[in-house]
Design a protein around this ligand. Structure first.
Ligand SMILES: Nc1ncnc2c1ncn2[C@@H]1O[C@H](COP(=O)(O)OP(=O)(O)OP(=O)(O)O)[C@@H](O)[C@H]1O
Ligand SMILES: [Mg+2]
Length: 447
């Protein structure tokens, strides 16, 4: 499954492994394969789920390789108990059933990876090393926390006193478009960067859980993501949060989305997890800018509910505008105040030949019954150059030039609206009366 390659940064460390499988030959097979690898060591093996949990607690291995079908306690239940009790351990599930349902259930209880039986040597080695490397940072963080707190429950961010860093404005700006490719990620990344200024703390969150590409745009990889936070959303800890947030070369703080689409399942189980995480850390930042995917689900509905402002991105095309109108009608029905949303038109053609195919912004405003607040011109070269270098468009020195100018105009507008005329109602995320767009059955979903 994972072909990501050779020994990736295990740095001469020995990866300790516990095998859990009810079939002795299966355990023996894996053990033999692992014996060839100098950086791996099987430290224990168990024939039942229950025994596996007990040994994991005792040995605290780096990795558990877990069979799914076992008598007494199955692999999924055992994984749930191990990831709870020994968070420093990462579990790799192994099963002949490679169907979606198993995969989902395994990921939901905290498994890090899923291997289909029979497994090839290469797949086994690569998966063990890559899961070890991915989990390492988080595991170290858990170890530090455990020794620091020595049994005392860790505090939620809201309870942690850390100077004025826990008393920030906490404006949550959700960037959304019902149209794929309209420019949400481009706008969210540049808006977050544009909002950064002296004394202001901004955080960019990739909440496009399935196909988020903030990491690609900014050329950053993270070993830990929002999914790791979602797993422990009940007792979220500031220190853990700070360790998961990565810093882009520009200084921008970023909370990355899942590394694989399958991990989104973890969050789907608890659709309000992402909104809850953001709310919990909101008072540590002045602005939290949230990039979203177009897929309408309850996670998105919960984000809309807690947003201080929703930036709705349209392109000057019929399809783009029609769908934005549909979303706005829903917002109206939910009783969202008009100033909760803001229309931004992106990819407006500058070329005269193309302009005649674009819908003029006055017509769009009329149709949407809201003003188009910022119009960002289309500039493929600038957008692609920035993306290929992993830099932001607004990082260009000449801010008087389009489209840098318009991206900055958007950032300045939001800054002034939110920080300049801050009222009680604006300062707090609004939770609307109706209880959320996607809990209605309009998209075929009920809660
Ligand atoms: N103003 C612009 N001018 C030219 N190209 C742009 C502009 N804004 C975005 N793009 C380009 O359009 C493509 C899609 O942009 P982006 O990924 O930001 O959209 P998205 O809404 O996040 O898409 P997705 O639905 O995939 O999440 C990218 O290649 C980006 O570089
Ligand atoms: Mg995107």
């Amino acid at each position: 499954m994972n072909k990501s390659g050779s020994a990736q940064g295990t740095d001469g460390e020995i990866i300790t492994i516990l095998l859990v499988d009810d079939i002795p030959e299966a355990r023996e097979n894996i053990k033999k394969m692992i014996a060839f690898e100098p950086d791996m060591k099987v430290v224990g093996s168990a024939g039942t789920g229950r025994e596996g949990v007990a040994l994991a607690k005792e040995l605290k291995p780096n990795i558990v390789i877990m069979d799914i079908n076992m008598p007494d306690m199955d692999g999924i239940q055992a994984t749930a108990l191990i990831t709870q009790a020994v968070p420093t351990t990462a579990v790799i599930m192994m099963s002949v059933q490679s169907d979606q349902d198993y995969l989902q259930r395994a990921m939901l209880v905290g498994a890090r990876f899923f291997l289909s039986k029979p497994v090839s040597m290469d797949d086994l080695y690569n998966t063990i090393r890559s899961v070890y490397v991915q989990h390492k940072q988080l595991a170290e963080q858990y170890r530090t926390m455990a020794s620091a707190s020595s049994g005392v429950a860790v505090k939620a961010p809201s309870q942690v006193a850390s100077g004025d860093d826990d008393n920030r404005a906490g404006h949550i700006i959700v960037v959304y478009s019902p149209q794929g490719g309209a420019g949400c990620t481009t706008i969210a990344t540049n808006l977050a960067s544009g909002l950064m200024r002296e004394g202001i703390r901004a955080l960019l969150v990739d909440a496009d859980l399935q196909f988020g590409d903030v990491g690609v745009f900014l050329n950053i990889q993270a070993q830990s993501t929002i999914v790791d936070l979602a797993r422990s959303v009940g007792d979220l800890d500031t220190e853990l949060f700070d360790n998961i947030v990565v810093t882009h070369d520009s200084g921008l703080k970023v909370l990355m989305g899942p590394t694989r689409p399958a991990e989104a399942f973890v969050v789907q189980e608890n659709p309000s997890a992402v909104a809850t995480i953001i709310q919990k850390i909101a008072n540590h930042y002045d602005f939290i800018i949230v990039d979203t995917g177009r897929h309408m689900d309850e996670t998105l509905g919960a984000l809309f509910d807690v947003a201080s402002k929703i930036v709705l991105v349209a392109t000057p095309t019929l399809a783009g505008v029609k769908n934005v109108r549909f979303v706005m009608d829903e917002f109206d029905q939910l009783g969202y105040s008009t100033d909760k949303t803001m229309i931004v038109l992106n990819r407006v053609p500058l070329d005269r030949n193309l302009q005649k195919f674009a819908i003029p912004s006055e017509k769009i405003s009329k149709f949407l019954k809201r003003p188009v607040e910022v119009e960002i011109p289309s500039d493929e070269l600038t957008a692609l150059t920035a993306m290929s270098k992993g830099v932001l468009i607004v990082a260009q020195r000449d801010r008087s030039r389009s489209p840098v100018k318009e991206f900055m105009q958007l950032a300045d507008l939001i800054y002034t609206k939110m920080m300049g005329t801050e009222t009680e109602a604006e300062a707090k995320p609004q939770t609307e009366k109706t209880g959320g767009l996607f809990r209605t059955n309009i998209f075929g979903r009920t809660s």
